[in-house]
Every structure is written in C-alpha cells, then in structure tokens.
Design a protein around this ligand. Structure first.
Ligand code: GLU
Length: 388
C-alpha cells in the first residue's frame, strides 16, 4: 500500500516506541529499569478519579461541545489568569486530547506549506514532525550546554526570514530541563514582537521546578507579546494523568475558533468524564502536587549524583521537568548504539539524544521509583565501564 508523503516523511515517535518495548519486556517478566517516557509513576490523585467516576455514574457519557466542557474551559481560563497573569476568558481556551494534540492542532491551524517554524534544538521530538505533517518547514536552531541549551535573542533574530510564522518555546524544557529567566524571556519577546511572528509557549512542565527556579509565561510580559502567544499545556505531567488525554491551548479567539472547527471534524469533544476529572484537578485540593514534587526532587538528586560519579558521562543540573540530558560523547558511542546496547545487555531503557536532535546525548526520565533509579544507575555504571 502506498501511504501519503505526509505520513511517510515522518518517523515513528521514539519515546513511545521505547516505552512500549520496555513495558512489553516487563510484562514478559524481564527485570527492566525504564527511564524512557516522561510518565509519573504515581496514581492519579483520588479526588480526580472520584470526580470522573461520579461523572460516569451521573450519565455524563454523551457528546459535548468540541471546544470542551464550559466549566472546564472556565476553570482553565481562571487558572491562567490567577497563576500565570494571562488575561484569558473561556472563549480563549480549547480543551484537547492531551498536550500533544493541542500542539498539533495549533500548528495545523496556523501553518501553511512553505511557512517556517523556529525550534531550538535539542527539542521535544514531536515538534518538527508536527510542522512537517502540516506542510511547514522546521528551522532547527542549535543550542549548547554552554548556554544552558537556551536559544539567544540574536540566534532567534538571525533565524527569522519572511517565511517565519512561528517560534516554539518550551520552558521548562523537555529534554534538557532548562528554564528561561524572565529577563531571557523579555529579550526573546522583543524579537518576536519586532518581527511580528507568533510563539507557542509549551508550559506542560510549569509546576516542576527546582532550586528556586520560577516559571513565567512569556505572554504575561506585555500586551504586544500576549497577543502573539499561544499557551499549550495539559494535565498529564503535573497531575499524573498521562493516560487521561486532557490538555488545552489558550490564545487569540480567532485561533481557538479555527482549532474548534478542526476538532469538530476530527476528534469532537475530549472524553466527557475525563474532563470532569480535569475540573476536579484544577478546583480540588492541590497538596497532592507537593507530594509528587517532593519525590521528583529527591529522585533528581539521586540520579544526578549517580551519573556524576560515572567517569565519561557529563550532565548539567536541570532546573525543571523530570529528565537528565547526559553527554555521552566521551564514550565514543552514538546515542542509538548506546541505548540499544544498554537495553540488550543491562535491561535499562532510555531515549537516544538523536531523537531530540543531538546524537551526543541520552535522555533519562526520573519520573519513576527510587528502587528502579538505584538499580538502573548501578547497571548504567557497569555498562559504561565495560565500553572499550
Ligand atoms: N512527552 C513525554 C516524553 O517526552 C511522553 C512521550 C511522548 O509523548 O513523546 O517522554
């Protein structure tokens, strides 16, 4: 069968493929340590599950509006106003099937064939593929460990052409854990406004910050950047709701209307009772977040210390999210060979940096239990020591 160029030009998602392989190996009884997908190991907090069960029992099992349950859109808008200083109303918000779907629909609604989209590299692996699926051209801008893997204002300015439509900013970042400071955001905002392009601010890791790092939404800086910002986020990472598939986008009403048309002809509404769970996540007690966050903080320290003790591996301290992005160049191996051999020989699943645009690195997620971290780090250490 001949598939369209649209689909055949993009590879499968490596994060999903490695994660599925690790889960299948575990189901076969293999003692595997998986640091693959960024998927918190915690159960979804009980009050969120109760709200979804109640919605089911009350018969909230029918079609709903394509843009989302009005109460959820309102709760999201309220959160964006109070927590992020973004002046949105319900009409500025659309509920999507997870953060990934939100990003895909924003890009499909804004990007025409020939349009360029600037993406700092290393990047989350689906950004460039989403742009290609929309017919656009990803423009990858290399960043290094020396600049904390952050794009500079001059790099952004130099990458903008008459075809540039969009810039994708992800802070806190997957895979590097970088968090942009308010000053850095202000300098980028100046370039965005002067060039009259739009920015997607992917804020899915906004609640996972360390060592005093603060999350600021670029759209909150001034009215000019606000009108050019589209926020994308979801409930998966912060509330441990990965399988629920509830995310959202917020931005100019015209864009949200366009995305609603797209959803009206593709997915329709997000699962109705899952949306009721999301309402409880926003309106219910927030102390569950602290419990998960405290665990991430301890795991980050444990994993970082273990990696720093392995000769040949270097890693900067991430300020946010739950990944370590580790430089393996001193081992002489490329990231794909490294990850394949580690899985084969030591049953440790991690993601090769090539998936994020950097073959010299590997990504480890520490959104998993401490026992797996201790065991997996010991195996990683033995593996690196065995490389000739
Ligand atoms: N975003 C997560 C990750 O990077 C989940 C997997 C995916 O959707 O790619 O691990």
């Amino acid at each position: 069968m001949k598939l369209t160029h649209r689909v055949s030009q993009v590879p499968a998602s490596i994060t999903l493929a490695v994660t599925a392989k690790a889960k299948a190996m575990k189901a076969e009884g293999i003692d595997i340590c998986s640091f693959s997908a960024g998927e918190p190991d915690f159960d979804t907090p009980a009050h969120i599950k109760e709200a979804a069960k109640k919605a089911l029992d009350e018969g909230k099992t029918k079609y709903g509006p394509a843009a989302g349950e009005p109460r959820l859109r309102q709760a999201i808008a309220k959160k964006l106003v109070t927590e992020n200083q973004l002046n949105y109303q319900s009409e500025n918000v659309i509920v999507t099937n997870g953060g990934k779907h939100s990003l895909f629909n924003i890009i499909l609604t804004l990007i025409e064939p020939g349009d360029e989209v600037i993406i700092p590299s290393p990047y989350w692996l689906s950004y460039p593929e989403m742009v290609k699926l929309a017919g656009g051209t990803p423009v990858l801008v290399s960043t290094t460990q020396a600049t904390g893997y952050k794009i500079t204002p001059s790099q952004l300015r130099e990458s903008i052409t008459p075809q540039t439509k969009l810039f994708i900013l992800n802070s806190p970042s997957n895979p590097t854990g970088s968090v942009y400071t308010p000053e850095e955001l202000a300098a980028l905002a100046e370039v965005i406004v002067a060039s009259d392009i739009m920015v997607i601010s992917d804020e899915i890791y906004e609640k996972i910050l360390y060592d005093g790092a603060k999350h600021v939404s670029i759209g909150s800086l001034n009215p000019e950047i606000f009108s050019r910002t589209i926020v994308s986020s979801g409930f998966a990472k912060g509330f441990s709701m990965t399988g629920w598939r509830v995310g959202y986008a917020a931005g100019p009403i015209e864009l949200i209307k366009g995305m609603t048309i797209l959803q009206g002809h593709s997915t329709s509404n997000v699962c109705t009772f899952a949306q009721h769970g999301a309402i409880a996540a926003l309106e219910g007690p927030q102390d569950c977040l602290q419990v998960m966050f405290d665990a991430f903080t301890a795991r980050r320290v444990a994993m970082l210390e273990a990696v720093q003790a392995i000769p040949g591996l270097t890693c900067s301290k991430p300020d946010g999210a739950f990944y370590l992005f580790i430089d393996i160049s001193k081992t002489g191996m490329n990231s794909l060979d490294f990850c394949n051999a580690l899985l084969e020989e030591k049953q440790v699943a991690i993601i090769p940096g090539i998936a994020f645009g950097t073959d010299e690195c590997i990504r480890l997620s520490y959104a998993t239990d401490m026992t797996s971290i201790e065991k997996g780090m010991e195996r990683l250490s033995q593996f690196v020591a065995s490389i000739k």
